[in-house]
Design a protein around this ligand. Structure first.
Ligand code: HEM
Ligand SMILES: *[C@@H]1O[C@H](CO)[C@@H](O)[C@H](O)[C@H]1NC(C)=O
Ligand SMILES: *[C@@H]1O[C@H](CO)[C@@H](O)[C@H](O)[C@H]1NC(C)=O
Ligand SMILES: *[C@@H]1O[C@H](CO)[C@@H](O)[C@H](O)[C@H]1NC(C)=O
Ligand SMILES: *[C@@H]1O[C@H](CO)[C@@H](O)[C@H](O)[C@H]1NC(C)=O
Ligand SMILES: *[C@@H]1O[C@H](CO)[C@@H](O)[C@H](O)[C@H]1NC(C)=O
Length: 324
């Protein structure tokens, strides 16, 4: 009797875990239907990264923007039409790129197994593989597959769902929790800002005239602010970019956290992670690179499971930029 209760309880726990970890997704979903799919994604991603060190940041951000709007369904890849402005043409799209790489991969995968592998899975795998390159092919996080592609992409939804660089911690928490992600996930995933760049106009309010008195944001290190002012031309500079981790902006490491603790986080959305005791404690923990890598792998798995389509929902898009 006791044993039976134990069995039922563990089965319930298992199915609960399955739901929270992404339900229908599983390891190597295409094992039978397209055995080489994951290897093709990896090979082509690696080819592109070898000549474009900034690409891991692009693909990682593209995946994040995909997952936060209608779930990870490749809706971010859809082009606008005469009657619809798509996510990729929304205001928060600034500098999204990597679309060409996804297309290259999709073409190769379609040539091998037409109509089988989703654009959403390709993007999820490519983001992981791109970031993993510098770790000698050691995959930095596990990617489950089986996502299907959505058929809807609306710019307004990107505007509402993508966190903004000027958001404070309560707004960020709210957006993340609407995706079933925790405060812990928020702090961990923000560590993605250890690679890549940001445009001046997204943080220059912190440099110039912060409160209307010609001042700076007091939560930004003043020496660093001075340096940033030599880079950015003023409040309206939409073309200059600055590395978010100035000493190693193409290295995926835990540098984001010590930088943040020295008040050198670039965006308000970074600096705000120090404003509550709970989040500040998580920041301090993640200075440890081993801890960061372990936690990042788990949070990415959770992000990659947001709102995924499965079974007969959605479709397998033939071209990632157009619904079938
Ligand atoms: C917490 C809320 C977040 C906010 C407010 C935010 C905001 C931003 C902004 C404003 C940029 C600069 C874009 C540009 O100027 O071109 C950026 C870049 C980037 N973000 Fe985030 N982000 C957030 C979370 C994330 C997450 C969860 C990831 C991935 C897991 C991520 C990955 C990246 C990467 C890799 C870049 C660099 C892109 C490049 O070099 O082109 N961000 N983010
Ligand atoms: C991927 O690249 C490896 C190493 O270059 C090669 O041996 C393998 O055949 C490639 N696989 C596919 C599916 O292209
Ligand atoms: C972003 O949206 C604008 C229109 O708002 C569009 O002109 C631009 O091409 C888009 N950028 C990307 C990278 O898709
Ligand atoms: C955060 O921003 C929101 C929206 O701008 C605002 O209503 C709220 O008071 C802010 N919270 C804190 C703690 O500053
Ligand atoms: C700073 O902001 C104040 C108040 O909004 C404005 O009157 C002033 O012209 C601004 N100064 C500059 C240099 O933009
Ligand atoms: C969050 O979890 C709830 C309850 O399990 C579920 O109904 C909802 O669809 C989830 N939201 C997302 C965006 O995955």
């Amino acid at each position: 009797m006791k044993m039976r209760f134990f069995l039922v309880a563990s089965m319930m726990l298992l199915s609960f875990l399955e739901i929270t970890e992404g339900g229908s997704l599983r390891k190597n979903f295409y094992k039978k239907s397209c055995p080489q799919a994951e290897e093709i994604v990896k090979n082509i991603t690696l080819q592109h990264v070898s000549s474009r060190p900034e690409l891991p940041a692009k693909l990682l951000r593209l995946h994040f923007h995909d997952c936060f709007v209608r779930g990870c369904d490749a809706s971010v890849l859809i082009e606008s039409t005469a009657s619809n402005t798509a996510e990729k043409d929304a205001i928060p799209n600034l500098s999204l790129s990597g679309f060409d790489v996804v297309k290259d991969i999709k073409d190769a995968v379609e040539a091998k197994c037409p109509g089988v592998v989703s654009c959403a899975d390709i993007l999820t795998l490519a983001a992981r593989d791109a970031v993993s390159v510098q770790f000698n092919n050691e995959q930095k996080w596990e990617v489950l597959t089986g996502r299907r592609d959505g058929t809807v992409s609306k710019s307004l939804e990107a505007l509402i769902n993508i966190p903004a660089p000027f958001h404070n911690i309560s707004t960020l928490r709210q957006i993340f929790s609407s995706k079933n992600l925790t405060l812990h996930d928020l702090v961990v995933l923000s560590g993605a800002h250890t690679i890549g760049v940001g445009h001046c106009n997204l943080f220059s309010n912190r440099l110039f005239n912060f409160t209307g008195k010609g001042d700076q944001d007091p939560t930004l290190d003043s020496t660093y602010a001075k340096f940033l002012k030599t880079k950015c031309q003023g409040l309206g500079d939409t073309t200059t970019t600055v590395e978010m981790d100035p000493s190693s902006s193409t290295d995926f490491n835990s540098d984001y956290y010590p930088i943040l603790l020295r008040k050198k986080g670039l965006f308000t959305s970074d600096a705000t992670l120090l404003t509550t005791k709970q989040s500040r404690n998580i920041v301090k923990e993640l200075v440890s690179q081993n801890k960061f890598f372990t936690e990042f792998a788990q949070s990415m798995k959770r992000m990659g499971a947001i709102g995924v389509l499965s079974g007969s929902d959605g479709e397998i898009r033939r071209k990632c930029s157009i619904v079938n």
